[in-house]
Design a protein around this ligand. Structure first.
Ligand code: ACO
Length: 402
C-alpha cells in the first residue's frame, strides 16, 4: 500500500484509476472484506455468525459504536429506535404528491432528502448530539418510509409503526397489514427478514457508501447524504441488481433455457450480463450469497412452496456457471443479490420493493460510515482529479463565422 498524499503534495505523482479499482479513499474500522477468501467481517465478527446468532438491531449497535452491546445497552438502543419509527405527519402530504405508479425508490430518494426540511434539530453536522439523533432517526424511520412508499404505490392506506413489534416484524406489518385484516406475523419469516437486513447492513466503500461519504465530505446534512446514497444504490450494477436478478430468472423461466443465457452472458457483442453474478471485490463466493441461499430454502419450505421454478433455475444457473471456463477464469460467483429476490418474492414483496429493502438495510452502514468520516482527523472534501482529454485552449469564434 502506497500512501500517495505526500508524493502528490510534492507534485511528484498523479494517479489515474477509473472506477477506483485500486484506490483507498479512507481508513475505516467498520467492515473488512477479503475478496479472495470470500470473507466479510463487521467490526471483526464474521457475517455468517452475525446472520445466524445475532439480530439486526444488535448489528446496528455494533456498526455504529464498534462493540456488541451488553443487555442494558441493547435494551436502551432498541427502545430509542422503536420510539423514533413514526414519521412527521406532514410527510404524509409529501408522499401524496407523487404519482401512484412511481417506483418506490424514486419516492424514497425524494422523501428522505426532504427529511432535512422536517427535522431541523438533527442537521447540524458539527454537533455530536445532533449527529447521534440523525443516526437513530434514519435507522428508525427507513422501514416506515419504505413501507409507506409501497403502500402508496398499491393504493392502500399507510400503516403506522407499532412499538410492541421488533424491527423486522414491524416492517412486515407496515407492508402487509390492511385495516380489514391485520397481518399475521410468522416469527420465522420475521427472522428471515431480519437476516436479510443484517446481510445488507454494510459493505465498506461500495458505490453508494462512497457516495454518502463524498456528499458528507462537503458538510451536507445527513438526510441529504443518505438520499444521495439511495439514488446511487438504485442502479442495476449495484442494489438494483436484486430486482434485475429476479426478473432475469423469471425471463429464463425454465432450466432448459439456461445454456442460451449463459452463452449470451459470455458474448462480448451482447450487453446481457448474469445479474446477481460478479463483484468488484469478491473473487470467490460472496459469503452473504451462501447464507441467502440457505435462507431461500428455509423460507420456501416454511411457506409450503415446493418445486419453485425460479429457485430451481437459480440453483442450476449457479451450477452451470461455476463449471464454465468463462466464469471460472473471471472469478464470477453469485453475489448477495442472486438469491435475495427469491426470498422476498416468496414473502409477498413485488420486485419494485427489493431495492428499497436493500436501502433500508444499508442505512445503518451509510450512517456509521458517515459518522466515522466526520470524526476522522484526515477528513477532507472528496475531490477526485481527472485526466483532461478535450480540446487545447482556443479563441472564441463569433456565431456568424462558424
Ligand atoms: N455476467 C457476465 N460477465 C460478467 C459479469 C456478469 N454478471 N460480471 C462481470 N463480467 C465480466 C465482464 O464482462 C468483464 O469481462 P472482460 O474482462 O472480458 O471485459 C469481467 O467480467 C470483469 O467485469 P467488470 O465489469 O470489469 O468488473 P467490475 O468489478 O467493474 O464490475 C459488477 C462488478 C458491476 C458487479 C459486475 O460483475 C456486474 O455488472 N454484475 C452484474 C450486476 C450485479 O449483480 N451487481 C450487484 C453487485 S453486488 C452489489 O452491489 C450489492
Amino acid at each position: 500500500v502506497i500512501d500517495i498524499r505526500k508524493l502528490y503534495a510534492q507534485g511528484d505523482v498523479f494517479t489515474f484509476d477509473p472506477g477506483f479499482t485500486s484506490t483507498a479513499s479512507c481508513e475505516s474500522t467498520i467492515t473488512f472484506i477479503d475478496g479472495d477468501k470470500g470473507e466479510l467481517l463487521y467490526r471483526g465478527y464474521p457475517i455468517d455468525q452475525l446472520a445466524s446468532q445475532s439480530n439486526y438491531i444488535e448489528v446496528c449497535y455494533l456498526l455504529l459504536y464498534g462493540e456488541l452491546p451488553d443487555k442494558a445497552q441493547y435494551d436502551e438502543f432498541s427502545y430509542r429506535i422503536t420510539r423514533h419509527t413514526m414519521v412527521h405527519e406532514q410527510m404524509h402530504n409529501f408522499f401524496r404528491g407523487f404519482r401512484r405508479d412511481a417506483h418506490p425508490m424514486a419516492t424514497m430518494v425524494g422523501v428522505v432528502g426532504a427529511m432535512s426540511a422536517f427535522y431541523h434539530d438533527s442537521t447540524d453536522v458539527t454537533d455530536e448530539w445532533q449527529r447521534e439523533v440523525a443516526a437513530i432517526r434514519m435507522i428508525a424511520k427507513m422501514p416506515t418510509i419504505a413501507a409507506m412508499a409501497y403502500k402508496y404505490s398499491i393504493g392502500q392506506p399507510f400503516v403506522y409503526p407499532r412499538n410492541d413489534l421488533d424491527y423486522a416484524s414491524n416492517f412486515l406489518n407496515m407492508c402487509f397489514s390492511v385495516p380489514a385484516e391485520p397481518y399475521k406475523i410468522e416469527p420465522a419469516l420475521a427472522r428471515a427478514m431480519d437476516r436479510i437486513f443484517t446481510l445488507h447492513a454494510d459493505h465498506e466503500q461500495n458505490a453508494s457508501t462512497s457516495t454518502v461519504r463524498l456528499a458528507g465530505s462537503s458538510g451536507a446534512n445527513p438526510f441529504a447524504c443518505i438520499a444521495a446514497g439511495i439514488a446511487c444504490l438504485w442502479g442495476p450494477a449495484h442494489g438494483g441488481a436484486n430486482q434485475a436478478a429476479l426478473e432475469m430468472l423469471r425471463t429464463i423461466g425454465t432450466v432448459d433455457k439456461i445454456p442460451e443465457y449463459v452463452a449470451r452472458a459470455k458474448d462480448k457483442n451482447d450487453p446481457f450480463r448474469l445479474m446477481g453474478f460478479g463483484h468488484r471485490v469478491y473473487k470467490n463466493f460472496d459469503p452473504r450469497a451462501k447464507v441467502m441461499k440457505e435462507s431461500a430454502d428455509e423460507v420456501l419450505d416454511l411457506l409450503g412452496i415446493h418445486n419453485n421454478e425460479t429457485l430451481k433455475v437459480a440453483k442450476e444457473l449457479e451450477r452451470i456457471a461455476l463449471e464454465d471456463e468463462y466464469f471460472i477464469e473471471k472469478k464470477l460467483y453469485p453475489n448477495v443479490d442472486f438469491y435475495s429476490g427469491i426470498i422476498l418474492e416468496a414473502m409477498g414483496f413485488p420486485t419494485a420493493m427489493f431495492t428499497p429493502i436493500f436501502a433500508l438495510s444499508r442505512t445503518v452502514g451509510w450512517i456509521a460510515q458517515w459518522k466515522e468520516m466526520i470524526g476522522d482527523k484526515n477528513q477532507k472534501i472528496g475531490r477526485p482529479r481527472q485526466l483532461y482529454v478535450g480540446e487545447a485552449a482556443r479563441d472564441y469564434v463569433d456565431i456568424a463565422k462558424r
